[in-house]
Design a binder for this molecule. Sequence first.
Ligand code: ACO
Length: 431
Amino acid sequence: MSETATITVGGKTVELPVITGTENEKAIDIAKLRALTGCITFDDGYGNTGSCLSNITFIDGETGILRYRGIDIAEVAEKSDFIETAMLVINGKFPTSAERRAFSSLIVENELLHENMRVQFQGFPPTAHPMAVLTAMINAMSCFHPHLMEIHDDAQFHEAAAKLLSKVRTIAAFSYKHSIGEPLIYPTASRGYTENFLHMMFKAPNNDYVPDPDVVRALDLLFILHADHEQNCSTSTVRMVGSSQANLFTSVSAGVSALWGKLHGGANQAVLEMLEGIHKRGDSIESVIAKCKDKNSDFRLMGFGHRVYKNFDPRAKIIKAACDKVLSKLGKEDPLLDIAKQLEAAALNDSYFVDRKLYPNVDFYSGIIMRAIGIPTNMFTVLFAIGRMPGWIANWKETRDNANARIYRPRQIYMGAAKRSYEEAKREVIQ
Ligand code: ACO
């Protein structure tokens, strides 16, 4: 007999099915609740709401577990590169060597932008935030690839996914070059995915930029660690938009917009800006911690806390080790890293943070790595978007493939004015 939950409301008792996930997480299936009781549920911020059944990523925030398709993130990060990880996340299984070669070729084939798309960069002011450019240009891909709009066609999906993974790097690097007034650097087919991105970012006609292999690996690692993170704000956005049967490009573009906010992907930029501010003003660690705790201040320790992880963020552990390695390889002493380490130590020993289960998240160290590599601060979230591309694509596909899919359409509880006349409302303004 399968488990049920009993709810009594308005004098009526109903039994609802309980769904059990692979890792024994339980969820009360409320699909029939409104029909049976007239009630809906209220969950501001969705902290208790499972919005979908998913096979992609498992997170246990209490114990700090993150798995892509069942495999622990530490193992994926150690043994795979970003493209293999992307294929695992999107397709649900590792590729064969032949599949990998074919997909890599498709990535190479698609690395250029249509020339008309390239000239669009001129239309943006050089001061434009690269996240604004990224979201606009990814959406513009819908205009340049109109043959990929048939969302239920698997061959089209495969091509659109490769285009997105490949071109997102080119768009990102072109937006950076445009912002600093340097000529755009085209990708070269012989370079690997991440090396090619660094090449487009830092090569100029007057330099012989060759990325250090350790730097390439650190950035590849960063992409792997960001590849998916189940139903976060941007991924839920992609699914929400995709549920209306919008095409992959425009759905992912909406995800990029959602990622931009500083409570989500914008946090890595906010961490760096916070550390720079502390350094510039010479603030003591004690005063920063005190400000976080001050109820009259809305200051938060950026890069700390997570809606899901209440123990530690497994990605932060891996990134912290990579951060130390890159800095020592590049011979960079970074005062911001020292501040970050002191802040981390102070917070982890402070009851305010301990009681609220606030630990460093992935953004705390990723910004320092990117800074050491030479990535400008306003590009940090763009790099997060490159890394998150497999997760957005996989989640869009999962929504598309759901045989019971309906358009996402939450309800609300109306708390506004009760019915009143037009004249009454006008009188309120005049008084
Ligand atoms: N610094 C200081 N206090 C904090 C922090 C922080 N970084 N994060 C949470 N708190 C406090 C809150 O003030 C609140 O305290 P209270 O109970 O006394 O009111 C309590 O901890 C719970 O905070 P919520 O905002 O309810 O936690 P929520 O789960 O909604 O937020 C979030 C999670 C947005 C990540 C939050 O911790 C935060 O703002 N962190 C800083 C921004 C950041 O690093 N974001 C990156 C997230 S990871 C990612 O997107 C890849």
